[in-house]
Design a protein around this ligand. Structure first.
Ligand code: SF4
Length: 488
């Protein structure tokens, strides 16, 4: 593990987890090369788009109820804030929490600041954030501009922390710092671990931290049956809630990409063990996940009862969904562990996976335990499948969709509009209903069925759409622009 909380910057994912962004082949081959340490990253000679690590920092920190974020950069870096504000307000409303705007200030660096430095502006913005929002903590995020001009953001934050008497955390996440956008999750987690989390007062033996986005409530029923309480973090939490996540008895994940660093940091620094099992998507992973909880909390018999009763509850609906979906083909584009979790659910519906593209591939996780490896879990239970690592490059995904022509495209992050313009029904994973555990599987199956039951919408859109790609591109291999040698 490389968690050094004395440093303001998190170690980059490409160094820590040996993350790669380019690969073409299949799941077994990727796993084999990862295990033997022979996997080489393959860079592209052409990229259509990129993603900024600050994006993921904002996903986590801007959705805290009583903190403020000061983004030290030009106003353009805050172009996503209105969209995030909408998501925050909607999320609060859905969760029955106080509906309010995000607490955000941008230092609006300009040409003059690039020459003379932006330290004064930053100090002023931090004081203004304190005056305007009265936050319990302030997170100062960096941008390409503030990093290029070399403002001493950690030093200023320490000074302001002394002046204001609340945590002021430098969160170093400028876009060019890393090739891996998910490093942003780690930067936010690093700040939380460094500046917010306190040593436990007393352990809470029934409390499980659940690192997730907005997928709350879906654990409640199953956890309650086991005498456990979920503590959903980080989005929509309060600073008070985060201060004592060190008191929990365990940490669970929605997706290892999101919470690898935070879970490992809690384990290393406060002895809060991570649940070493794949996230509970689909029958096999949900069984494994609950059994691991059973082992950790010495509730093995209770867990078996819960598994049996939950499966019995969903059996008729699952059977019905299998009849409707059996043999339908699907292609998945998502972040690694989550993509494999989605694929596991497709297997439960007896659907046929034509392949999947993931955004990047982490060769290890911060808690480097093979039980967390969802790809291994998937291959062991369901077998091999065509797999690519595409770094969110739409042109590669569109090429693959045109090649495989699946009945369904499931996408995370990237709009499914590309598929729909090809006449392929699709949806953006992450919209409600949530898909975890047994009842979640049924909700997900219904979403799939409703998406593909009538493909007329996608077909009509395709008839009236013109894609920007030429026939030439569709005749090429999707990974034509990957350089380097394919791994043997
Ligand atoms: S930090 Fe850099 S990559 Fe991120 S939005 Fe600003 S300029 Fe773009």
């Amino acid at each position: 593990m490389s968690i050094n909380l004395s440093e303001p910057a998190v170690q980059l994912r490409e160094l820590r987890l040996k993350t790669i962004t380019g690969y073409s082949g299949d799941a077994e081959h990727l796993l084999g090369c990862t295990k033997t340490g022979t996997l080489q990253n393959r860079e592209r000679s052409f990229s259509q788009c990129g993603s900024c690590g600050a994006d993921q920092v904002m996903n986590m920190l801007l959705t805290l109820q009583d903190a403020a974020v000061v983004e030290h950069g030009p106003a353009g870096c805050g172009g996503d804030i209105p969209f995030r504000n909408g998501g925050f307000r909607t999320g609060n409303r859905r969760l029955g929490l106080d509906v309010h705007n995000v607490h955000y200030i941008n230092t609006n660096l300009d040409e003059k600041d690039v020459i003379y430095g932006g330290a004064d502006k930053l100090e002023k913005a931090i004081r203004e954030a304190r005056r305007r929002f009265d936050p319990k903590a302030i997170f100062v995020t960096t941008t390409c501009t503030s990093a290029i001009i070399g403002d001493d953001v950690p030093g200023i934050c320490d000074e302001m922390e002394r002046e204001l008497g609340i945590p002021v955390a430098a969160t170093l996440c400028e876009g060019f710092r890393t090739n891996i956008w998910a490093t942003g999750f780690d930067s936010a987690s690093h700040s939380i671990l460094r500046k917010i989390v306190k040593p436990p007062r007393k352990k809470q033996e029934d409390l499980i931290n659940v690192i997730c986005f907005t997928h709350r409530y879906h654990y409640e029923d199953v956890f309650r049956q086991l005498g456990l309480r979920p503590n959903y973090i980080v989005p929509f939490s309060t600073i008070g809630q985060l201060e004592y996540i060190s008191e929990a008895a365990a940490t669970a994940q929605y997706c290892e990409t999101l919470g690898s660093y935070l879970a490992a940091g809690l384990e290393e620094n406060y002895g809060v063990p991570e649940i070493k099992a794949p996230a509970p998507f689909g029958i096999a992973a949900s069984d494994e996940y609950l059994r691991e909880i059973g082992r950790m909390f010495h509730k093995e018999k209770d867990v078996e009862k819960v598994i049996a009763s939950e499966k019995e509850k969903i059996a008729p609906q699952l059977e019905d969904l299998r009849k409707k979906l059996s043999g339908k083909t699907a292609f998945v584009g998502a972040g690694g562990p989550l993509a494999y979790s989605i694929m596991g659910m497709l297997e439960d519906f007896d659907m046929k996976l034509t392949g999947g593209y993931i955004w990047h591939h982490d060769q290890r996780f911060d808690n480097d335990d093979p039980r967390l490896d969802v790809l291994s879990f998937h291959v062991k239970h369901f077998g091999n499948f065509p797999l690519g690592v595409c770094n969110k490059q739409s042109f590669e995904v569109v090429n693959a969709l045109n090649h495989y022509k699946p009945d369904l495209y499931i996408s995370r992050h990237m709009s499914p509009a590309w598929a729909i313009k090809l006449g392929i029904p699709g949806f953006l994973h992450g919209i409600e209903p949530s898909e975890m555990l047994y009842e979640g599987l049924i909700r997900y199956g219904e979403l799939i069925y409703h998406t593909i039951a009538n493909p007329a919408f996608a077909k009509n859109i395709a008839r009236h759409s013109k894609l920007p790609y030429t026939d030439w591109w569709f005749e090429q291999d999707a990974f034509t622009f990957l350089g380097g040698e394919a791994d043997a």
